[in-house]
Ligand binder design. Sequence first.
Ligand code: NAD
Ligand code: UDP
Length: 316
Amino acid sequence: MKRILVTGGAGFVGSHICERLLSEGNEVICLDNYFTGSKRNVEHLMDHHYFELVRHDVTNPYMVEVDEIYNLACPASPVHYQYNPIKTIKTSVMGAINMLGLAKRVKAKILQASTSEVYGDPAIHPQPESYWGNVNPIGLRSCYDEGKRCAETLFMDYHIQNDVDIKIVRIFNTYGPRMNPDDGRVVSNFIVQALKGDDITVFGDGTQTRSFQYVDDLVEGMIRMMNSRDGFVGPVNVGNPGEFTMLELAQQVIDLTGTKSKIIHMPLPQDDPLQRQPVIDLAKKELNGWEPKIPLKEGLVKTITYFDNLLKQIEK
Ligand code: NAD
Ligand code: UDP
């Protein structure tokens, strides 16, 4: 049995990681400041003997004896990470320093949840890990993108300078149950709008693309990365190469929900990347043949069912 710290554990992805680690017989300490996460996401784990929930902000140091750390604390939706951009970059940078310091002191292995946003608005398509990216350092998205890029630098430097055992995963757009209905990201927005019969808000002309990964595939990739061979630190892309335009996504959600909602167009946010698709050859090679198993349609059906139940509960 390992004792594992999950920062951002009460968020969308973190709650699934906590659940999976507990199911494999580990002790889990879930640390969160509840900015975008909630106790509700981990409510079903509360009675578990080996689960502990701690309110803590990763911009402050935290000390605990653990074997592994999954560092996920950071708002991921543009609406939320732009709400307080200084806090966002502090969370990524000071959070990384605090968690790497902890890993160094207690000799824990530490995995960073990095992002495809390190590629910015990519000039190379699809994106391999060797691509250095095209990021605006002073735009609306910079607090997130540059914070995550700096965190990668810190991880590498703690590894090289202090021999900390690190793993870096670059996560591409991931969706699924336990996204916050007010999260603001495209999949949850479209599904909630469709279920409520509201207009579906496509930003720009809707020809920009994203590659959407179902959360179970991501969790499998992250766990395999933590357990990958000694010396393999990444960064490694974990995403589903299935690429769709936002108009295609909107149409799929309309078809699957049978909604009468209409598509409306709204202004494209500043620096919104035009296209995004992962090259996953490295993940396949290093993560024991890992590849995404759940196609978009199947994942959307599961996510629609989740939001449908959630909205009915909220109405009561
Ligand atoms: P989320 O917003 O649901 O989860 C983030 C969690 O971190 C929340 O529970 C939030 O309350 C917590 N948090 C934020 N700031 C904190 C702080 N200062 N101290 C402690 N806790 C804090 O987002 P998510 O989709 O679950 O993303 C999880 C991680 O994965 C993030 O680091 C994100 O950058 C990364 N990621 C996610 C995606 C995706 O598509 N879901 C893509 C790329 C990277
Ligand atoms: N988007 C959209 N309507 C929405 C929310 C987002 O058309 O209601 C678009 C957004 O402009 C972007 C894409 O969907 O092109 C993905 O946005 P999201 O915020 O989910 O993730 P990110 O831009 O960080 O990849």
